[in-house]
Design a protein around this ligand. Structure first.
Ligand SMILES: [Zn+2]
Length: 366
């Protein structure tokens, strides 16, 4: 169904109404149809269903994580549109995809003005503010507490799509880090991490606290790439600190020895998969520590369920008070809290008033 030119409509193709659904949103207005993110996971085998979307004029990626950009093989189903992403991510897009650069600041996509800013979450990540009907702000994944990734405050926007992955949880990073530090007493300890995100934040924190640790080669390569290619996304002088870690941290061996940072995050592949097999402590205390979402159907989920791995959250998404502040500072009238279940949406809604929280996966405005 087409939308009248003066109206705009946002449909959550995937990402609203369930915990950690992959991101995929359709913005329609001014005669244009723009897809925002096209993710897969993080739960094994969960992918956005784009069969009802039809042809779109463009796909805009908020960042490169799998649950936002991991389903680009579905592009032929939406007419093989050009894919807009931050410049450092373009060489990492699958072969055959027509990648086009998103600039920091002002852009125009399919006739709709788009302003971007850094969301404090990952290298090459942007929040996206479409200049239509008073502004639609899509936050992607965002976090104001990162020691590494810079955060730009978004402008006023009438509609805001929030990263509500943490729902009503409001635990500050300071407290998370205290819990994390307490968990580091296990030796040897394997930290399975995503190379292009939390691994760099954890490495920076450990280096600053004077701890010795090893890194796998995927994380070492990611640290170099961030410092060389995506330094514009990093706070202060942290590019230099990341390079120092990349140059000095000893390699992860074949067995977990001391403190080891290894990708991938769910022990599904790479050095963490190899090391997880031998890293279970003899005294029964957890010698593997997960710090991010444990995806269903992965070795990480099996390890945690069996009591063979611990869990301690490291904030990389917005906690509740950040989201409340964001809704206030943008002057939002309509809010869609995403990546959490409906009972959690209902608990968040009164805290965001007078902004109206949508209860379905689609809303229109003019
Ligand atoms: Zn992400």
């Amino acid at each position: 169904m087409s939308v009248k030119t003066e109206d705009a409509r946002l449909t959550a193709v995937s990402g609203f109404g369930g915990t950690k659904l992959p991101a995929c949103f359709l913005l329609e207005g001014r005669g244009s149809r723009i897809l925002i993110d096209l993710g897969e996971g993080p739960d094994e085998g969960v992918v956005a269903d784009v069969s009802g979307v039809g042809r779109v004029d463009a796909l805009v990626l908020s960042h490169g994580h799998g649950d936002h950009a991991g389903a680009l093989r579905l592009l032929p189903q939406v007419g093989d549109p050009p894919v807009y992403a931050a410049e450092p991510l373009l060489p990492r897009l699958p072969k055959g995809v027509q990648g086009r650069p998103l600039s920091p600041g002002a852009n125009e996509i399919a006739g709709i003005p788009l302003v971007t800013g850094r969301p404090g979450h990952a290298p090459g990540a942007f929040w996206l503010r479409f200049g239509i009907g008073g502004g639609l702000l899509y936050m992607g994944d965002h976090c104001r507490e990162s020691c590494l990734f810079a955060y730009d405050a978004p402008p006023r926007s009438r509609c805001v799509i929030l990263d509500a992955s943490y729902g009503t949880d409001d635990t500050p990073q300071e407290q998370r880090i205290a819990e994390f530090e307490a968990a580091l007493s296990s030796r040897p300890l394997l930290l399975p991490l995503p190379a292009y995100g939390r691994a760099a934040e954890v490495a920076l924190h450990l280096a600053r606290s004077g701890r010795q640790f090893r890194v796998c080669e995927s994380i070492r390569a990611a640290l170099r790439w961030m410092a060389d290619t995506a330094a514009d996304w990093l706070c202060g002088d942290t590019a230099r600190e990341l390079l120092e870690v990349a140059n000095l941290a000893p390699p992860a061996g074949d067995e977990a020895d001391g403190l080891v940072l290894a990708a991938a995050a769910q022990c599904e592949k790479g050095a963490s998969a190899r090391l997880a097999r031998g890293a279970i402590a003899g005294d029964g205390s957890p010698a593997i520590l997960f710090t991010g979402y444990v995806s269903k159907g992965t070795p990480a989920a099996t390890l945690v369920a069996a009591g063979r791995a611990g869990y301690c959250c490291w904030n990389v998404h917005a906690r509740l008070s950040e989201n409340v502040d964001l809704v206030r500072s943008t002057g939002a009238e309509v809010v869609m809290p995403c990546f959490c279940d409906i009972p959690e949406v209902n608990r968040i809604a009164p805290l965001l008033a007078p902004a109206r929280t949508v209860t379905q996966n689609v809303f229109s405005w003019s």
